[in-house]
Design a binder for this molecule. Structure first.
Ligand code: ADP
Ligand code: MG
Length: 271
C-alpha cells in the first residue's frame, strides 16, 4: 500500500454493452498533484472518472484510492466530485442552491452528515469561495449552466476533500468564471488537495496541471505538460491542436463539440 498515491489504476477496462469505453488503463496519480485528463469527446474520460470513484465497476483491472481498493474504500468524505453538467439541471428541479450545496456533506452513511448544525456556516463559506452567495436561495434549476457548475463545485468543496475530481467543470462557464475556478483550484492545491480534472481547455491545462493524461479509450501518455508534444496531441485528437508551451504559440486549433467557448489559449494570448 502506498498512500503517497491518491489514485492507482492497474489495467482497468470498462465496456458498455459490447463497446469498449476504457481499455487497459494503468495510471498513478500522486497525492497533491494537479492532473488533467484530456481527450476527444467519447474517448472514455467520464467513464474512467466514474471507475475511479467506484460509481461503476471495471470489467477487469484494479482501482485503489489513497491506498485502499475501491471496493473496500469507505472514506467518501475525502473525495469531492463535480459531475459533468453539459445540458444543465432541469428547470423544474425544486431545490435551492443552498440545499444542493449542503447535500454535498452527505456521504451516504449517516443522515447526520447532512443535518449537521455547522452546515450553515460551511455552506456560506463555500458559496462565497465560488462567488455564488447571492444565489443561495434561488432554485438551482433556474440558473445558467455556468452558475449550476459553480454550485456543484461548492457542493464538492463542502466536504473539504483530499481528492477533488471534476468532470469538465469549466464547460458553460464564461472566461472570467473559468479563471476564478482555476484560481480556486490553485489555492486548493496549495493546501494539499489532489486535483483530477477533465477539461477540453488544453491551454489552461498546459498552464495549470502538473501532469496530463491523454486518453482515447487507452492511455496514450501521462506526463508533465511541457513533455507533451504536438505529435502526442495530433495522435490524441486526430488533428492539430492549439497549445502554448512555455509561452510559445503553436498555430493550430482543437475544440471538442462541448468545448467551452473561451479556451485557455484565448486568455493567455490576451495577457
Ligand atoms: P467522454 O467523457 O470522454 O466524452 P464517455 O466516458 O462519456 O466519454 O463515453 C465513452 C464512450 O462510452 C462513448 O462512446 C459513449 O457513447 C459511451 N457511453 C458512455 N456512457 C454510456 C452509457 N451509459 N451507456 C452506453 N454507452 C455509454
Ligand atoms: Mg465526459
Amino acid at each position: 500500500m502506498d498512500d503517497t498515491l491518491a489514485v492507482e489504476l492497474e489495467e482497468v477496462s470498462y465496456t458498455y454493452a459490447g463497446a469498449p469505453a476504457v481499455h487497459g488503463v494503468t495510471l498513478r496519480i500522486k497525492s497533491g498533484d494537479f492532473t488533467a485528463i484530456v481527450g476527444p469527446n467519447g474517448s472514455g474520460k467520464s467513464t474512467l472518472v466514474k471507475v475511479i470513484l467506484g460509481l461503476i465497476k471495471p470489467d477487469s483491472g484494479s482501482v485503489r484510492v489513497f491506498g485502499t481498493d475501491i471496493e473496500r474504500f469507505r472514506d467518501w468524505h475525502r473525495i469531492g466530485y463535480v459531475p459533468q453538467v453539459s445540458t444543465g439541471i432541469h428547470a423544474m428541479f425544486p431545490i435551492t442552491v443552498g440545499e444542493v450545496v449542503a447535500h454535498g456533506r452527505y456521504t451516504g452513511f449517516s443522515p447526520f452528515d447532512f443535518w449537521s448544525r455547522k452546515n450553515g456556516a460551511d455552506v456560506d463559506s463555500v458559496l462565497r469561495a465560488v462567488d455564488m452567495m447571492d444565489f443561495k436561495r434561488r432554485r438551482i434549476g433556474e440558473l445558467s449552466t455556468g452558475q449550476q457548475q459553480r454550485a456543484l463545485i461548492a457542493r464538492a468543496l463542502i466536504r473539504k476533500p483530499d481528492l477533488l475530481v471534476m468532470d469538465e467543470p469549466i464547460a458553460g462557464v464564461d472566461a472570467q468564471g473559468g479563471e476564478e475556478v482555476y484560481m480556486l483550484l490553485r489555492q486548493l492545491r496549495e493546501s494539499g488537495v489532489t486535483i483530477l480534472i477533465i477539461s477540453h481547455d488544453v491551454g489552461a491545462v498546459m498552464r495549470e496541471a502538473c501532469t496530463v493524461a491523454c486518453i482515447n479509450c487507452t492511455l496514450l501518455c501521462h506526463c508533465p505538460p511541457h513533455e507533451l508534444t504536438e505529435d502526442d496531441l495530433v495522435r490524441l485528437y486526430g488533428f492539430p491542436v492549439e497549445v502554448l508551451h512555455h509561452g510559445v504559440h503553436h498555430d493550430h486549433h482543437a475544440h471538442g463539440e462541448d468545448a467551452p467557448r473561451h479556451d485557455g489559449f484565448d486568455r493567455l494570448a490576451h495577457r
